[in-house]
Write a protein that binds this ligand. Structure first.
Ligand code: ARG
Length: 246
């Protein structure tokens, strides 16, 4: 009798443990981002929490897929090699879908319309288009489409920074006459620093979530989650939260 009770107790304990584990055992989606690119990805100064449009979107996508999202803050320069090495399952980092990147990774369906702009000091009245940058010093975040655009301009001294905010700082410090960066980021920066302004976008870009080529199953799941979020209005709600009135 005692033995039966003991066995029953052990069984109950085992079941309780297993269901406990099962309850917390969503598969983990490891996501890399360079979290210094507000309003897409940044960290709360006090808590370190990852915030931004991309963060809300990937959390919603993870939820749809029944996965727990783990954000891995990663330097932009090297973020694609890290994916290829298998350090994480995907990248969401305001990453523009380019033909060059498509050689090495797959992209989800586009989730955001973007473009590069020229950021200058308000006091500057001479720089309006990329032609006005010929022979000038321009700051960019290294390896971005802004870097590519600047590098394409004749005689430009491209000042490359690991972090986007440092590229902006270079402009404000007078080390560059312009900074080339993504539109929504320029809007965010201009709201904070009232001494700067920015041009209309001079490129047309789309952001996508980068996934290793061999991970075709994940690509399908991400795309269907994204489509669901667009159809249900959840995507729109996230968009409104970060880009109200735009
Ligand atoms: N959209 C640009 C690119 O793909 C810049 C992205 C930079 N993202 C970041 N989180 N720093 O090159």
């Amino acid at each position: 009798m005692r033995k039966t009770i003991a066995i029953a107790c052990m069984l109950m304990l085992a079941i309780a443990l297993m269901s406990g584990i099962a309850g917390a055992a969503n598969p983990v989606l490891k996501v890399a981002t360079d979290a210094a690119f507000p309003p897409f990805e940044y960290q709360d100064e006090k808590t370190g929490a990852f915030l931004g449009f991309d963060m809300d979107l990937i959390n919603a996508i993870g939820k749809k897929m029944g996965m727990d999202v783990q954000i891995i803050n990663t330097a932009w320069d090297g973020i694609i090699p890290g994916l290829l090495t298998g350090n994480y399952n995907c990248i969401i980092s305001a990453m523009t879908i380019t033909d060059e990147r498509k050689q090495v990774v797959n992209f989800s369906d586009p989730y955001f319309n973007a473009g590069q702009v020229i950021v200058t000091m308000k006091s500057n009245t001479t720089i309006k288009t990329t032609d006005d940058l010929v022979g000038k010093a321009v700051s960019v975040q290294i390896g971005t489409t802004g870097d590519l655009a600047a590098s394409d301009i004749k005689g430009v001294t491209v000042k490359r920074f690991n972090l986007a905010p440092d590229a902006i700082q270079e402009l404000r410090n007078g080390g560059a006459v312009a900074c080339i960066i993504d539109l929504a980021v320029a809007e965010e920066v201009a709201a904070e620093y009232t001494d700067i302004k920015f041009s209309a976008p001079f490129t047309e870009e789309l952001y996508g979530i980068a996934i290793a080529k061999k991970d075709t199953d994940l690509l399908k799941k991400v795309n269907s989650a994204l489509a669901d979020l667009k159809a249900s209005g959840e995507y729109d709600a996230i968009f409104k939260k970060w880009f109200a009135g735009k």
